[in-house]
Write a protein that binds this ligand. Structure first.
Ligand SMILES: Cc1cc2nc3c(=O)[nH]c(=O)nc-3n(C[C@H](O)[C@H](O)[C@H](O)COP(=O)(O)OP(=O)(O)OC[C@H]3O[C@@H](n4cnc5c(N)ncnc54)[C@H](O)[C@@H]3O)c2cc1C
Length: 352
Protein backbone atom coordinates (compact mmCIF):
# COMPACT_ATOMS: atom_id res chain seq x y z
CA UNK A 1 0.00 0.00 0.00
CA UNK A 2 1.28 3.46 -0.94
CA UNK A 3 2.23 5.62 2.03
CA UNK A 4 2.63 9.41 1.88
CA UNK A 5 5.45 11.76 2.94
CA UNK A 6 7.77 9.05 4.24
CA UNK A 7 11.24 10.04 5.47
CA UNK A 8 14.06 8.27 3.59
CA UNK A 9 16.79 9.48 5.97
CA UNK A 10 17.24 6.09 7.60
CA UNK A 11 17.15 4.40 4.18
CA UNK A 12 20.26 6.12 2.77
CA UNK A 13 23.83 5.62 4.00
CA UNK A 14 24.70 9.32 3.59
CA UNK A 15 22.03 9.97 6.27
CA UNK A 16 20.68 12.79 4.11
CA UNK A 17 17.32 14.34 4.92
CA UNK A 18 14.83 13.35 2.24
CA UNK A 19 11.08 12.80 2.04
CA UNK A 20 9.29 10.59 -0.50
CA UNK A 21 5.97 12.05 -1.57
CA UNK A 22 4.69 8.50 -2.15
CA UNK A 23 6.41 5.37 -0.78
CA UNK A 24 5.70 1.74 -1.66
CA UNK A 25 7.52 -1.19 -0.02
CA UNK A 26 7.83 -3.98 -2.64
CA UNK A 27 7.82 -7.26 -0.74
CA UNK A 28 6.22 -9.63 -3.30
CA UNK A 29 6.69 -9.90 -7.07
CA UNK A 30 2.89 -10.22 -7.40
CA UNK A 31 2.63 -6.52 -6.51
CA UNK A 32 4.22 -5.73 -9.88
CA UNK A 33 0.99 -6.57 -11.70
CA UNK A 34 -0.56 -3.45 -10.15
CA UNK A 35 -1.16 -0.83 -12.90
CA UNK A 36 1.13 1.53 -11.01
CA UNK A 37 4.03 -0.52 -12.44
CA UNK A 38 3.02 0.16 -16.04
CA UNK A 39 5.27 3.20 -15.79
CA UNK A 40 8.56 3.72 -14.01
CA UNK A 41 8.44 5.12 -10.49
CA UNK A 42 10.42 8.26 -9.73
CA UNK A 43 12.88 6.29 -7.58
CA UNK A 44 13.74 2.62 -7.11
CA UNK A 45 15.44 2.33 -3.75
CA UNK A 46 17.56 -0.56 -2.52
CA UNK A 47 19.88 0.04 0.43
CA UNK A 48 20.40 3.71 -0.50
CA UNK A 49 24.19 3.27 -0.39
CA UNK A 50 25.03 4.62 -3.82
CA UNK A 51 22.93 7.73 -4.10
CA UNK A 52 22.70 11.35 -3.09
CA UNK A 53 19.08 12.17 -2.27
CA UNK A 54 17.70 15.65 -2.47
CA UNK A 55 15.20 16.78 0.12
CA UNK A 56 11.96 16.15 -1.75
CA UNK A 57 11.40 13.12 -3.97
CA UNK A 58 8.27 13.89 -5.97
CA UNK A 59 6.07 11.03 -7.17
CA UNK A 60 6.52 7.38 -6.24
CA UNK A 61 9.50 5.78 -4.49
CA UNK A 62 9.52 1.97 -4.63
CA UNK A 63 11.60 0.34 -1.91
CA UNK A 64 12.75 -3.09 -3.12
CA UNK A 65 12.47 -5.56 -0.23
CA UNK A 66 12.07 -8.80 -2.20
CA UNK A 67 13.70 -11.60 -0.18
CA UNK A 68 14.68 -15.22 -0.69
CA UNK A 69 17.67 -17.34 -1.65
CA UNK A 70 16.85 -20.36 -3.79
CA UNK A 71 19.30 -23.08 -4.77
CA UNK A 72 18.74 -23.99 -8.41
CA UNK A 73 19.32 -27.59 -9.44
CA UNK A 74 21.72 -29.70 -7.41
CA UNK A 75 25.42 -29.50 -6.74
CA UNK A 76 25.08 -27.45 -3.57
CA UNK A 77 28.00 -29.10 -1.86
CA UNK A 78 29.86 -27.70 1.09
CA UNK A 79 33.42 -26.94 2.02
CA UNK A 80 34.30 -30.61 2.44
CA UNK A 81 34.26 -30.95 -1.32
CA UNK A 82 37.10 -28.48 -1.72
CA UNK A 83 39.88 -29.91 -3.77
CA UNK A 84 42.83 -27.55 -3.69
CA UNK A 85 45.26 -27.95 -6.52
CA UNK A 86 48.80 -28.38 -5.24
CA UNK A 87 50.73 -25.16 -5.01
CA UNK A 88 48.15 -23.06 -6.86
CA UNK A 89 45.50 -20.58 -5.77
CA UNK A 90 42.89 -22.58 -7.64
CA UNK A 91 40.05 -24.74 -6.39
CA UNK A 92 37.77 -27.13 -8.14
CA UNK A 93 34.37 -27.50 -6.57
CA UNK A 94 30.95 -28.58 -7.75
CA UNK A 95 29.27 -25.41 -8.92
CA UNK A 96 26.31 -23.92 -7.06
CA UNK A 97 23.61 -21.92 -8.78
CA UNK A 98 21.57 -19.47 -6.70
CA UNK A 99 18.57 -17.25 -7.36
CA UNK A 100 18.57 -14.37 -4.91
CA UNK A 101 15.78 -11.85 -4.28
CA UNK A 102 16.67 -8.26 -5.17
CA UNK A 103 16.03 -7.00 -1.64
CA UNK A 104 18.48 -9.39 0.05
CA UNK A 105 21.36 -7.60 1.77
CA UNK A 106 24.49 -8.11 -0.32
CA UNK A 107 26.90 -8.58 2.55
CA UNK A 108 24.60 -11.07 4.24
CA UNK A 109 24.52 -13.04 1.00
CA UNK A 110 28.35 -13.10 0.84
CA UNK A 111 28.54 -14.36 4.44
CA UNK A 112 25.79 -16.92 3.79
CA UNK A 113 27.72 -18.33 0.83
CA UNK A 114 31.08 -18.39 2.61
CA UNK A 115 29.52 -20.11 5.64
CA UNK A 116 28.45 -22.90 3.29
CA UNK A 117 31.81 -23.17 1.59
CA UNK A 118 30.55 -21.63 -1.65
CA UNK A 119 33.16 -19.41 -3.16
CA UNK A 120 33.42 -16.59 -5.65
CA UNK A 121 32.08 -13.58 -3.74
CA UNK A 122 34.83 -13.32 -1.10
CA UNK A 123 36.48 -10.20 -2.56
CA UNK A 124 33.09 -8.47 -2.52
CA UNK A 125 32.46 -8.83 1.19
CA UNK A 126 31.25 -5.78 3.16
CA UNK A 127 29.92 -3.88 0.16
CA UNK A 128 26.71 -2.31 1.47
CA UNK A 129 23.42 -2.44 -0.37
CA UNK A 130 21.11 -4.98 -1.93
CA UNK A 131 21.51 -7.84 -4.39
CA UNK A 132 19.18 -6.08 -6.85
CA UNK A 133 21.44 -3.04 -7.08
CA UNK A 134 24.62 -5.11 -7.53
CA UNK A 135 24.19 -5.52 -11.32
CA UNK A 136 23.25 -1.85 -11.75
CA UNK A 137 26.78 -0.64 -11.25
CA UNK A 138 28.39 -4.07 -11.53
CA UNK A 139 29.78 -3.80 -8.01
CA UNK A 140 33.43 -4.58 -7.71
CA UNK A 141 36.33 -4.51 -5.29
CA UNK A 142 39.87 -5.82 -5.00
CA UNK A 143 40.08 -7.23 -8.51
CA UNK A 144 36.64 -8.91 -8.64
CA UNK A 145 33.25 -7.80 -9.93
CA UNK A 146 29.82 -9.30 -9.62
CA UNK A 147 29.34 -9.70 -13.39
CA UNK A 148 31.82 -12.60 -13.30
CA UNK A 149 29.26 -14.58 -11.27
CA UNK A 150 25.95 -13.47 -12.79
CA UNK A 151 24.17 -15.91 -15.09
CA UNK A 152 20.86 -14.04 -15.39
CA UNK A 153 19.06 -10.95 -14.13
CA UNK A 154 15.29 -11.13 -13.58
CA UNK A 155 13.55 -7.84 -14.27
CA UNK A 156 10.21 -6.16 -14.50
CA UNK A 157 10.10 -4.03 -17.63
CA UNK A 158 7.61 -1.21 -17.04
CA UNK A 159 4.69 -1.47 -19.42
CA UNK A 160 5.91 -4.87 -20.71
CA UNK A 161 6.16 -7.36 -17.84
CA UNK A 162 8.58 -9.91 -16.42
CA UNK A 163 11.74 -10.70 -18.42
CA UNK A 164 15.00 -12.51 -17.90
CA UNK A 165 18.18 -10.85 -19.19
CA UNK A 166 21.35 -12.73 -20.01
CA UNK A 167 24.71 -11.28 -18.86
CA UNK A 168 25.35 -10.15 -22.46
CA UNK A 169 22.05 -8.28 -22.49
CA UNK A 170 23.09 -6.51 -19.28
CA UNK A 171 26.16 -4.98 -21.04
CA UNK A 172 28.33 -5.01 -17.95
CA UNK A 173 31.39 -2.74 -17.83
CA UNK A 174 33.58 -1.17 -15.16
CA UNK A 175 31.05 0.03 -12.53
CA UNK A 176 28.62 0.11 -15.37
CA UNK A 177 25.75 -1.75 -17.01
CA UNK A 178 22.77 -1.27 -19.25
CA UNK A 179 20.69 -0.47 -16.17
CA UNK A 180 22.62 2.76 -15.66
CA UNK A 181 22.07 3.81 -19.26
CA UNK A 182 18.38 2.94 -19.41
CA UNK A 183 17.01 4.36 -16.17
CA UNK A 184 13.27 4.01 -15.91
CA UNK A 185 13.09 0.84 -18.00
CA UNK A 186 13.72 -2.07 -15.60
CA UNK A 187 13.17 -2.98 -11.98
CA UNK A 188 15.43 -5.88 -10.97
CA UNK A 189 13.53 -8.54 -9.03
CA UNK A 190 16.17 -11.29 -8.62
CA UNK A 191 19.69 -12.21 -9.68
CA UNK A 192 21.07 -15.65 -10.57
CA UNK A 193 24.66 -16.28 -9.51
CA UNK A 194 26.99 -19.21 -10.16
CA UNK A 195 29.53 -19.94 -7.44
CA UNK A 196 32.36 -22.44 -7.07
CA UNK A 197 33.36 -24.30 -10.22
CA UNK A 198 36.95 -23.77 -11.26
CA UNK A 199 37.72 -21.01 -8.87
CA UNK A 200 40.87 -18.91 -8.87
CA UNK A 201 41.45 -16.75 -5.83
CA UNK A 202 42.08 -13.09 -6.58
CA UNK A 203 44.88 -11.94 -4.34
CA UNK A 204 46.98 -9.84 -6.69
CA UNK A 205 45.96 -6.50 -5.15
CA UNK A 206 48.86 -5.20 -3.08
CA UNK A 207 46.63 -4.47 -0.10
CA UNK A 208 45.36 -8.07 -0.01
CA UNK A 209 48.88 -9.47 -0.25
CA UNK A 210 50.09 -7.18 2.51
CA UNK A 211 47.19 -8.10 4.79
CA UNK A 212 47.64 -11.85 4.19
CA UNK A 213 51.34 -11.45 4.99
CA UNK A 214 50.44 -9.56 8.17
CA UNK A 215 48.12 -12.42 9.12
CA UNK A 216 50.96 -14.88 8.32
CA UNK A 217 48.77 -16.72 5.78
CA UNK A 218 50.81 -18.07 2.89
CA UNK A 219 48.23 -20.43 1.32
CA UNK A 220 44.96 -18.54 1.66
CA UNK A 221 41.53 -20.08 1.45
CA UNK A 222 38.59 -18.02 0.11
CA UNK A 223 37.57 -17.37 3.74
CA UNK A 224 41.07 -15.99 4.39
CA UNK A 225 40.72 -13.63 1.44
CA UNK A 226 37.35 -12.49 2.84
CA UNK A 227 39.01 -11.86 6.20
CA UNK A 228 41.81 -9.86 4.58
CA UNK A 229 39.32 -7.76 2.59
CA UNK A 230 37.22 -7.22 5.73
CA UNK A 231 40.24 -5.96 7.66
CA UNK A 232 41.32 -3.66 4.83
CA UNK A 233 37.85 -2.20 4.37
CA UNK A 234 37.35 -1.65 8.10
CA UNK A 235 40.66 0.23 8.30
CA UNK A 236 39.92 2.44 5.29
CA UNK A 237 36.21 3.11 5.11
CA UNK A 238 34.09 4.98 7.63
CA UNK A 239 31.12 3.22 9.20
CA UNK A 240 28.17 4.99 7.58
CA UNK A 241 26.12 4.53 10.72
CA UNK A 242 28.38 7.07 12.43
CA UNK A 243 29.67 9.06 9.46
CA UNK A 244 27.29 9.17 6.50
CA UNK A 245 28.89 8.28 3.17
CA UNK A 246 28.34 6.30 -0.03
CA UNK A 247 31.74 4.63 -0.34
CA UNK A 248 33.72 5.71 -3.39
CA UNK A 249 32.09 8.88 -4.62
CA UNK A 250 34.05 9.10 -7.89
CA UNK A 251 35.17 6.49 -10.41
CA UNK A 252 38.87 5.93 -10.96
CA UNK A 253 39.47 7.85 -14.20
CA UNK A 254 40.74 5.98 -17.23
CA UNK A 255 43.04 8.30 -19.19
CA UNK A 256 44.93 8.08 -22.49
CA UNK A 257 48.54 6.88 -22.20
CA UNK A 258 49.80 10.37 -23.22
CA UNK A 259 48.01 11.95 -20.25
CA UNK A 260 49.51 9.34 -17.96
CA UNK A 261 53.02 9.92 -19.35
CA UNK A 262 52.66 13.66 -18.91
CA UNK A 263 51.58 13.26 -15.28
CA UNK A 264 54.14 10.56 -14.49
CA UNK A 265 56.93 12.85 -15.67
CA UNK A 266 55.80 15.36 -13.07
CA UNK A 267 54.66 13.05 -10.28
CA UNK A 268 57.03 10.09 -10.05
CA UNK A 269 54.97 8.33 -7.38
CA UNK A 270 51.72 8.42 -9.40
CA UNK A 271 50.14 4.96 -9.04
CA UNK A 272 48.51 3.44 -12.12
CA UNK A 273 46.80 0.32 -13.44
CA UNK A 274 47.20 -0.47 -17.14
CA UNK A 275 43.87 -1.01 -18.93
CA UNK A 276 45.06 -1.65 -22.48
CA UNK A 277 47.82 -0.50 -24.81
CA UNK A 278 46.49 3.04 -24.95
CA UNK A 279 44.78 3.59 -21.62
CA UNK A 280 45.70 3.71 -17.94
CA UNK A 281 43.50 3.84 -14.84
CA UNK A 282 44.49 6.36 -12.17
CA UNK A 283 43.37 6.18 -8.53
CA UNK A 284 40.92 9.04 -7.97
CA UNK A 285 41.75 8.99 -4.24
CA UNK A 286 45.41 9.74 -4.97
CA UNK A 287 44.49 12.63 -7.28
CA UNK A 288 42.13 14.16 -4.69
CA UNK A 289 44.72 13.69 -1.96
CA UNK A 290 47.52 15.33 -4.00
CA UNK A 291 45.19 18.15 -4.97
CA UNK A 292 45.06 18.93 -1.25
CA UNK A 293 41.44 17.88 -0.75
CA UNK A 294 41.86 14.84 1.53
CA UNK A 295 40.00 15.55 4.76
CA UNK A 296 38.84 18.93 3.43
CA UNK A 297 35.34 20.14 4.26
CA UNK A 298 32.86 22.88 3.61
CA UNK A 299 30.43 23.06 6.49
CA UNK A 300 29.13 19.53 7.09
CA UNK A 301 30.17 18.10 3.69
CA UNK A 302 33.71 16.89 3.14
CA UNK A 303 36.11 14.15 2.10
CA UNK A 304 37.13 11.45 4.57
CA UNK A 305 40.43 12.11 6.33
CA UNK A 306 41.66 8.52 5.81
CA UNK A 307 40.43 7.97 2.24
CA UNK A 308 40.00 10.97 -0.03
CA UNK A 309 37.74 9.11 -2.48
CA UNK A 310 34.99 8.95 0.11
CA UNK A 311 32.76 11.98 0.59
CA UNK A 312 31.22 12.24 4.04
CA UNK A 313 28.33 13.91 5.81
CA UNK A 314 29.73 15.17 9.10
CA UNK A 315 26.16 15.50 10.34
CA UNK A 316 23.36 17.68 9.06
CA UNK A 317 24.56 18.11 5.46
CA UNK A 318 21.92 18.11 2.75
CA UNK A 319 22.19 16.39 -0.62
CA UNK A 320 22.78 19.81 -2.14
CA UNK A 321 25.73 20.43 0.22
CA UNK A 322 27.30 17.10 -0.82
CA UNK A 323 26.86 17.87 -4.51
CA UNK A 324 28.28 21.38 -4.16
CA UNK A 325 31.35 20.08 -2.36
CA UNK A 326 31.84 17.26 -4.88
CA UNK A 327 31.93 19.87 -7.64
CA UNK A 328 34.65 21.71 -5.76
CA UNK A 329 36.67 18.49 -5.57
CA UNK A 330 36.21 17.89 -9.31
CA UNK A 331 37.26 21.43 -10.10
CA UNK A 332 40.38 21.29 -7.91
CA UNK A 333 41.50 18.01 -9.49
CA UNK A 334 40.81 19.38 -12.98
CA UNK A 335 42.88 22.49 -12.28
CA UNK A 336 45.85 20.56 -10.90
CA UNK A 337 45.98 17.53 -13.19
CA UNK A 338 43.69 18.32 -16.11
CA UNK A 339 41.87 15.05 -15.37
CA UNK A 340 38.09 14.79 -15.14
CA UNK A 341 36.53 12.92 -12.22
CA UNK A 342 33.22 11.25 -12.93
CA UNK A 343 30.73 10.58 -10.15
CA UNK A 344 30.03 6.93 -9.31
CA UNK A 345 26.97 7.66 -7.18
CA UNK A 346 23.51 8.42 -8.57
CA UNK A 347 21.96 11.82 -7.97
CA UNK A 348 18.28 11.50 -7.15
CA UNK A 349 15.87 14.38 -7.58
CA UNK A 350 18.71 16.64 -8.78
CA UNK A 351 18.11 18.90 -11.75
CA UNK A 352 21.26 21.05 -12.01
C1 LIG B 1 30.88 2.36 2.82
C2 LIG B 1 30.56 2.02 1.38
C3 LIG B 1 31.42 1.23 0.65
C4 LIG B 1 31.14 0.89 -0.68
N1 LIG B 1 32.03 0.10 -1.36
C5 LIG B 1 31.77 -0.26 -2.64
C6 LIG B 1 32.68 -1.10 -3.36
O1 LIG B 1 33.70 -1.53 -2.84
N2 LIG B 1 32.38 -1.43 -4.64
C7 LIG B 1 31.24 -0.99 -5.24
O2 LIG B 1 31.02 -1.34 -6.41
N3 LIG B 1 30.36 -0.19 -4.59
C8 LIG B 1 30.59 0.18 -3.30
N4 LIG B 1 29.72 1.00 -2.63
C9 LIG B 1 28.53 1.50 -3.34
C10 LIG B 1 27.25 0.65 -3.07
O3 LIG B 1 27.43 -0.16 -1.95
C11 LIG B 1 26.89 -0.23 -4.25
O4 LIG B 1 26.72 0.55 -5.41
C12 LIG B 1 25.59 -1.01 -4.00
O5 LIG B 1 25.39 -1.96 -5.02
C13 LIG B 1 24.37 -0.12 -3.90
O6 LIG B 1 23.31 -0.92 -3.45
P1 LIG B 1 22.00 -0.27 -2.87
O7 LIG B 1 21.02 -1.36 -2.67
O8 LIG B 1 22.32 0.54 -1.67
O9 LIG B 1 21.56 0.66 -4.08
P2 LIG B 1 20.83 2.07 -4.02
O10 LIG B 1 21.80 3.09 -3.54
O11 LIG B 1 19.54 1.97 -3.30
O12 LIG B 1 20.57 2.29 -5.58
C14 LIG B 1 21.63 2.51 -6.47
C15 LIG B 1 21.06 2.60 -7.89
O13 LIG B 1 20.52 1.34 -8.26
C16 LIG B 1 19.11 1.46 -8.54
N5 LIG B 1 18.47 0.28 -8.00
C17 LIG B 1 18.54 -0.19 -6.72
N6 LIG B 1 17.85 -1.35 -6.63
C18 LIG B 1 17.34 -1.60 -7.83
C19 LIG B 1 16.52 -2.64 -8.37
N7 LIG B 1 16.09 -3.66 -7.62
N8 LIG B 1 16.16 -2.57 -9.68
C20 LIG B 1 16.58 -1.54 -10.45
N9 LIG B 1 17.35 -0.54 -10.01
C21 LIG B 1 17.73 -0.57 -8.72
C22 LIG B 1 18.68 2.74 -7.85
O14 LIG B 1 17.53 3.29 -8.46
C23 LIG B 1 19.91 3.60 -8.02
O15 LIG B 1 19.94 4.15 -9.31
C24 LIG B 1 29.97 1.36 -1.29
C25 LIG B 1 29.07 2.15 -0.54
C26 LIG B 1 29.36 2.47 0.78
C27 LIG B 1 28.38 3.28 1.57
Amino acid sequence: MIQHNVSLTRFNTFNLPSVAEQYLPLTKVEQLSDPVFNVAPQLVLGGGSNMVLLEQIKGLTVHVLLGGVEILGDGAQGAKEVEKRNGSTGYHLPSVHLRVGAGVDWNQLVRYTLDRGWYGLENLILIPGTVGAAPVQNIGAYGAEVAERITAVHVWEYGVGARVLSPEECAFGYRDSRFKHEPGRFLITAVDLRLNGDHELKTSYGAIQAELARLAISEPSPADVALAVTNIRRSKLPDWFFLGNSGSFFKNPVVPKETYNRLKARYEDLPSYPIDENHVKLPAGWLIDRAGMKGARDGQAGTYALQALVMVNHGGASGQDIINFSKKVQQTVRQKFDVELEREVQLIGWKG
